[in-house]
Design a binder for this molecule. Structure first.
Ligand SMILES: Cc1cc2nc3c(=O)[nH]c(=O)nc-3n(C[C@H](O)[C@H](O)[C@H](O)COP(=O)(O)OP(=O)(O)OC[C@H]3O[C@@H](n4cnc5c(N)ncnc54)[C@H](O)[C@@H]3O)c2cc1C
Length: 413
């Protein structure tokens, strides 16, 4: 018999979870203080990253550390006030990034990523959202020969290890594939099996609409507190009380907020990022990552979206989009960028865990409480994989992937 479940957070992760629970016959309420897909899952680069089998490690090369620390380059920015708060998380992140540990983390991360296209494909078809998907792949472009040659070696290793369709393109091949580029570059890696989404927020909305069409209930309210009962849960919300047997916390970067009152302290930290749209006749055939500079250009419905790298700041600090201007200047040397949108730059927070793995599974000290957050740089990619895995656990079904590496018990205090 189906259970009554509430999923808190209608981003890509929560919406996919709610949909998978509903497909397994549960009575599901998906609750968010905004419309579905309007927060982190709205403003990202919209890539469904089949190529991202290995999570970004903490920088280890001395040259790179010096570059970041001294404020040269603009792929990573940081605020001293925030570093003091997140120092323990950053030290743990550096520790987990040692080569042997990182290889172990990557084996668990890569298992999730390997399923991302198949799992999105099932939801895209069910939602009839094929018009939002571009399957022409994604390019990382390199300006200098040594960087390109190193990238080609890495791409071949990743292709062998993870079965990723990576194609190495020299400068001439890249110029043929992307004739809109204004400069002759050293070359590119074309990740042919990566998808891009023309409007990431709209894809979440399409999945949410499918959830409602399948009998799920969408509720717009702020959840203010979670109260365990003898059996099940009461939720205090801005629209009144709600109860359920099982509750899923899928609040992205806000996931720690309600859990703190229940005694959980997860070492989550955020890497913030910004986007700006441009109206130029850029001529790009697909998304392009300017790999030696650290920003992305993605053709979208709203224009050409430029997204920045990581800003180490606190989630609620005021926006400080200092990475946008240098990224924009670099992008102008590559494509006809045109004018920026008059809207203020969008800002979002990637919810990151120090060991680079998401938290997916039961809460350690409360029955009927489930966790699905911390998907970092690839939460948009991983939402449907994470949603299926959690729905299988809640439904007591065999899991299509071993959930043990993602258990909360490894981190919670
Ligand atoms: C610049 C940038 C580029 C990125 N590019 C990519 C990319 O190309 N590919 C990729 O895979 N990932 C990318 N990411 C990461 C990705 O966007 C996130 O990992 C992902 O969106 C997280 O999804 P989520 O559902 O966990 O969180 P969210 O999308 O933030 O959803 C959480 C939801 O919870 C709701 N909520 C929170 N608290 C409450 C409450 N108390 N009551 C009710 N509702 C609540 C919020 O309103 C929100 O809708 C990028 C991130 C950034 C910042």
């Amino acid at each position: 018999m189906g259970k009554s479940c509430v999923v808190i957070g209608a981003g890509m992760v929560g919406t996919s979870t709610a949909l998978h629970l509903r497909q397994r016959g549960h009575e599901v309420v998906l609750i968010d203080r905004s419309e579905p897909g309007q927060q982190t899952s709205f403003g990202n680069a919209g890539l469904i990253q089949r190529e991202a089998a290995e999570p970004y490690p903490f920088p280890r090369e001395l040259g790179k550390i010096w570059q970041v620390a001294s404020g040269q380059g603009f792929d990573i920015a940081w605020r001293a006030s925030a570093l003091l708060h997140v120092l323990p998380q950053l030290l743990a992140y550096a520790w987990h990034s040692q080569p042997q540990r990182h290889a172990r983390v990557a084996s668990h991360y890569g298992a999730l990523i390997a399923a991302c296209i198949t799992e999105h494909d099932a939801l895209v078809r069910s939602a009839g959202a094929q018009d939002l998907i571009d399957t022409r792949g994604y390019r990382k472009i390199y300006r200098t020969a040594p960087a390109f040659e190193q990238a080609a070696r890495d791409a071949e290793r990743l292709a062998r290890t993870w079965g990723i369709d990576n194609r190495v393109e020299d400068g001439a091949e890249l110029a043929r594939r992307e004739p809109g580029l204004k400069q002759r570059l050293a070359g590119a890696i074309h990740h042919a099996s990566t998808w891009s989404v023309r409007d990431p927020g709209a894809l979440v909305q399409a999945y949410a609409a499918d959830f409602v069409a399948q009998g799920g209930q969408l509720m717009r309210a702020e959840v203010q507190a979670l109260e365990p009962q003898l059996k099940g849960w009461n939720l205090r919300t801005s629209q009144g009380p709600l109860s359920a047997q099982d509750v899923v916390v899928a609040q992205g970067p806000w996931s720690q907020d309600l859990l703190a009152a229940l005694g959980y302290r997860f070492p989550m930290f955020v890497k913030r990022g910004y986007h700006q749209h441009y109206d130029g006749a850029h001529g790009l055939n697909g998304p392009v990552f300017d790999a030696q500079k650290g920003y992305l250009l993605v053709p979208m419905r709203a224009g050409l979206r430029l997204t920045t790298g990581a800003e180490l700041a606190l989630r609620d600090d005021a926006p400080q989009p200092t990475q946008l201007a240098p990224a924009q200047a670099c992008a102008r040397t590559l494509v006809e960028l045109g004018q920026p949108s008059p809207l203020a730059p969008w800002m979002g927070s990637r919810p990151c865990m120090p060991d680079m793995l998401p938290v997916m599974g039961p809460a350690p000290h409360h029955s009927g409480l489930w966790l699905n957050f911390g998907h970092g740089h690839q939460g948009f990619t991983l939402g449907p994989v994470a949603g299926r895995l959690l729905a299988e656990m809640i439904s007591d079904q065999p899991c299509f992937l071993d959930p043990a590496p993602y258990a909360a018990t490894r981190l919670a205090s």
